[in-house]
Design a protein around this ligand. Sequence first.
Ligand SMILES: Nc1ncnc2c1ncn2[C@@H]1O[C@H](COP(=O)(O)OP(=O)(O)OP(=O)(O)O)[C@@H](O)[C@H]1O
Ligand SMILES: [Mg+2]
Length: 177
Amino acid sequence: MAGQGTPRKRRACCPAKPKQNKTGAMARRVIDLADEAQTARLAARIAAAARTRDTIALSGPLGSGKTSFARAFIRSLGNGDEDVPSPTFTLVQTYEFPGRPTVWHFDLYRLEAADEIYELGIEEAWADGICLIEWPERIAALLPRDRLDIALAAGEQPQQRRATVTGPARWDAVLDG
Ligand SMILES: Nc1ncnc2c1ncn2[C@@H]1O[C@H](COP(=O)(O)OP(=O)(O)OP(=O)(O)O)[C@@H](O)[C@H]1O
Ligand SMILES: [Mg+2]
């Protein structure tokens, strides 16, 4: 007879809960972007649905389009002609739009240690802003679990990109739109 404490016995008396992480079901899409205008349209759709405390992690190699995505995201919330420099050296830029949470645009490529992120105001950003983070790998262990991940990769043609987008289920409808 199997003794108490074997996996078989435990399963019989205490059925395991269905596997689900804290954020519940996830949305996942692989989206081919034919050109920069399509990247901008995806960014605008995500911007329209973004709300306070959202983090959007933009990963991908140099030149994959992280800043282009962030710029289109920010401009879609404004007049469309906002100056949106790459925060390569400042590491963060913020943008205010009436009636909207502040948008914090981080580029962490030059961050030397993950905890330097606190000097850049990340706690305020996470408390009541929307965060766009380029090079999120630099603070991997600190990222919120309910973030939207957008991984950009090259396509077959120079103007093409492939975006792999993963996040909480509420993004499903946005990504299908
Ligand atoms: N479909 C596309 N989506 C986004 N950018 C595109 C696309 N096609 C061409 N590009 C071009 O690719 C370049 C992307 O540069 P961008 O600065 O956004 O990259 P990045 O990922 O932010 O790089 P870095 O890691 O240096 O910050 C721009 O010159 C942009 O015009
Ligand atoms: Mg960039």
